[in-house]
Design a protein around this ligand. Structure first.
Ligand SMILES: Nc1nc2c(ncn2[C@@H]2O[C@H](COP(=O)(O)OP(=O)(O)OP(=O)(O)O)[C@@H](O)[C@H]2O)c(=O)[nH]1
Ligand SMILES: [Mg+2]
Length: 304
């Protein structure tokens, strides 16, 4: 009989936290190699805790992408978003705090203050967007000064977008995962339903289409989903708070909503690998973002 060494499997949860817009969702998508979480140039794009599952032969990393932690806005939606992020600072196997290059802001300071003073799991600092650093020589003293402020288990500079240093990051994460069986099937990508993903895709197109004119007071509700023999029929409402926002979203002669619909339909077709008929409409629901009950019906966890 030949002796075989069996590599034990590793599995665990890695949370990605940071202030808005540092590139958390981009990192998760690029590590997994699939678009699980929506991204945009605008802060506060991610609204929920979203798990992205990355499985290789001997390990499964369950990433928790989280909303950017922010202060100064007090709607129920903001509280729900912050709670969703802060909840991932404990009960996970590795915490990754992400920052944007060398741009340390009061927002980063706030996130740092939320990290446990004496961490019981490894906390890594991910310095993202190094592709846009002008002077790489400043990186080392920056790492040193932050390491002096918090017991980071490691500091890893990356570019999520340009996929620089992601292999090293992945290796560092796997080393820190506990041994154990996989939690999810090997081909499962996320804990979220297709319905949720479709709503998110629509919201991404809305956020990306709009300039600063409509703040992030937009939510999307899938109201109908029917898998026919050849086509999947989907109807979704885009919820806004005010009449002016509805006008902007619909655009001149409906041009804007049409574009949003086309872009979203193409992405949803790729996601579910079927033809889709997408019907969008814009609905005014004043005050939804500060209404705990409305938030619950839209799938947000109850804010504190
Ligand atoms: N140059 C550069 N841009 C990046 C990189 N990673 C992300 N970005 C850009 O940064 C912006 C924000 O990215 P997101 O992934 O949506 O950021 P986020 O941290 O998830 O933001 P919230 O969900 O709002 O908290 C997008 O325009 C990304 O394309 C990077 O490595 N380099
Ligand atoms: Mg995000």
């Amino acid at each position: 009989m030949t002796e075989q060494t069996v590599t034990p499997t590793r599995c665990g949860m890695v949370s990605i936290v940071g202030r808005p817009n540092v590139g958390k969702s981009t990192l998760m998508n690029h590590l997994i190699g699939q678009k699980v979480s929506i991204t945009s140039r605008k802060p506060q794009t991610t609204r929920h805790r979203i798990h992205g599952i990355h499985t290789r032969d001997h390990y499964q990393i369950v990433f928790a992408d989280t909303p950017g932690i922010h202060t100064g806005q007090e709607r129920a939606l903001n509280r729900a978003m912050n709670d969703a992020a802060v909840s991932t600072l404990s009960g996970v196997d590795v915490v990754c705090m992400m920052v944007d290059g060398l741009k340390w802001t009061p927002g980063d300071e706030h996130v740092l203050s939320l990290l446990p003073a004496k961490p019981d799991v490894p906390v890594l600092l991910i310095i993202n967007k190094v592709d846009s650093l002008e002077d790489k020589a400043e990186l080392l003293p920056y790492i040193e000064s932050l390491s002096a402020r918090y017991p980071f288990d490691a500091v890893i500079p990356v570019s999520a977008l340009k996929e620089q240093n992601l292999e090293q990051l992945e290796k560092a994460l796997v080393e820190r995962l506990p041994e154990g069986d996989f939690w999810y099937d090997e081909d499962q990508l996320t804990d979220r339903s297709l319905r949720f993903m479709a709503a998110e895709i629509i919201r991404e197109k809305v956020v990306r289409q709009l300039g600063q004119e409509v703040p992030h007071q937009v939510s999307v509700e899938v109201e109908l989903w029917e898998d026919g023999p050849r086509v999947t029929d989907i109807s979704a409402a885009i919820l806004v708070e005010r009449r002016g926002q509805k006008k902007i979203l619909i655009g001149d002669k409906g041009e804007r909503i049409k574009q949003i619909g086309t872009q979203a339909r193409e992405d949803i077709e790729r996601l579910i690998e079927r033809r889709v008929m997408l019907n969008l409409w814009v609905k005014i629901k004043a005050g939804w973002s500060d209404d705990a009950r409305a938030l619950r019906s839209l799938g947000y966890d109850e804010p504190r």
